[in-house]
Design a protein around this ligand. Structure first.
Ligand code: PLZ
Length: 432
């Protein structure tokens, strides 16, 4: 059918009378069945999925191991509350995640439901451990939609508009953004620019945590210049602040490593994870140095559903799938294919500024011809054209001028190329 088809249009009509309008969807088709690369919609259309529900369904949306483990778990029990009657799955996820995150030091983990909740808890932990309160975040950061994480998120529309006042003692400093920084600025220089502001405006001795996405997600798939992250971690060490890597979007094999921090060889004190960890089930957590993780009094961390047994089972299935199917390697193959299909666009298309990212987390930044002025209209138009042709593709960026590619890591490579060619054609039309 046309997109959206009649059934999706009918559902949209019902939705408008049932669902709050503040909850929006970027794609107007209603899903019926989804695997690792194809979204079958309510009208029977098959769409190529280059978004993975925002970097979640890396193993697919119905990965066999995840489905099997979820079924087993749900038949045993759906919930007890780990704070009331604990169970093995939670413990096992804690063991696994400690092995998979960078750093060979003693670690502990705590599980929650959403990425936002994980980030909030990382801040609580850092504050308790350091007995300080200030939190340092960066331009273009995205950390969530709860009140504290909104204070940490940078972009006002649509996330923050009208929702203040926000939590206090959160300070924003410049990010390393190679495409937009002065030519030749090194990662170390960019870090020094940020840290000088921290020292002058916050005071090193007041900083509980420096929180950063090692590769920024919503903000535009910004990969900081080499040396930026190590300079920050060193500063944290020297100044007694907790370094928190928010790996909610870039973590769990998305970039071709278990955690994107590994690309720069950094060992964060705390790592937040969510999204890809549980094959689509809601699960998140904080993992890191035992002395920080154990600094909170008993009962100080938790939540009714945190580390739900079915979500934990899904995580164990997803981790097994990533290992058995070699999905870190596959993420790198996806990067290669994306570069093959799109690599020349930065030269050939006047509206493409840059192709960047790592693994299966790549984006194109669109600009006005002959300048670096953000071109959000182009990104929007191109994403809409792709959708007309049955390719689900997402935009991102502070300026809304990026189109990001987040295919499931299990996607069939021919299907991926198909989707990318639709994307290229849309870019050529928009840039002509
Ligand atoms: N930290 C790095 O990417 C979620 C949000 C989409 P939650 N990103 C997608 C939207 O418009 O709400 C994210 C992230 C990073 C934290 C979060 C928050 O994770 O699970 O959405 O709370």
């Amino acid at each position: 059918t046309s997109i959206p088809g009649p059934k999706s249009r009918e559902l949209a009509e019902r939705r408008s009378n049932a669902v709050a309008s503040g909850v929006a969807s970027s794609v107007p088709v209603y899903a019926d069945k989804v695997d690792g690369g194809v979204i079958l919609d309510a009208d029977g259309n098959q769409l190529i999925d280059l978004g993975s529900g925002i970097a979640v369904t890396s193993v697919g949306a119905s990965a066999p191991k995840v489905v099997e483990k979820v079924k087993e778990a749900v038949e045993k029990f759906t919930h007890t509350c780990f704070m009331v009657t604990p169970y093995e799955g939670y413990v096992e996820v804690g063991e696994k995640i400690a092995e998979l995150t960078p750093g060979s030091f003693d670690k502990r983990a705590a599980l929650f439901n959403s990425g936002s909740e994980a980030v909030e808890n990382a801040v609580k932990l850092a504050r308790t451990y350091t007995k300080r309160t200030a939190v340092v975040v960066f331009d273009h950061a995205y950390h969530g939609r709860t009140n504290l994480t909104l204070a940490m998120t940078s972009k006002v529309m649509p996330y923050k508009q009208g929702f203040g006042p926000f939590a206090s003692d959160v300070y924003r400093v410049p990010m390393s953004y190679p495409f937009r920084d002065a030519d030749g600025m090194t990662g170390q220089e960019a870090a020094e620019r940020a840290l000088l502001l921290v020292e002058k405006q916050v005071g090193a001795e007041n900083v509980a945590a420096v929180v950063i996405e090692p590769i920024q997600g919503e903000g535009g798939f910004i990969v900081p210049a080499e040396g930026f992250l190590p300079t920050l971690t060193k500063w944290c060490q020297d100044n007694g602040a907790v370094f928190v890597a928010d790996e909610v979007q870039a973590g769990v094999a998305r970039t071709g490593k278990w955690f994107s921090s590994e690309w720069e060889g950094i060992e964060p004190d705390l790592v937040t994870f969510a999204k890809g960890i549980a094959g689509g089930m809601p699960l998140s957590g904080v993992v890191g140095r035992a002395e920080i993780m154990n600094s909170v009094h008993g009962g100080g961390l938790g939540g009714t559903y945190g580390g739900n047994p079915v979500a934990c089972a899904a995580a164990l299935g997803a981790i097994e799938t990533i290992e058995e199917w070699g999905l870190n390697e596959r993420a790198l193959e996806i990067e290669k294919i994306i570069k093959e299909e799109l690599g020349s666009l930065a030269e050939s298309s006047p509206i493409v500024g840059e192709l960047r990212g790592r693994g299966a987390m790549m984006a194109l930044e669109f600009v006005e011809p002959g300048s670096k002025k953000p071109n959000a209209d182009a990104a929007k138009e191109i994403a809409a054209k792709c959708l007309e042709q049955g390719v689900v593709i997402l935009t991102c960026g502070t300026f809304g001028n990026n189109v990001r590619l987040l295919p499931p890591l299990v996607i069939d490579f021919d299907l991926l190329r198909d989707g990318l060619r639709v994307f290229v054609k849309a870019i050529e039309e928009a840039g002509a």
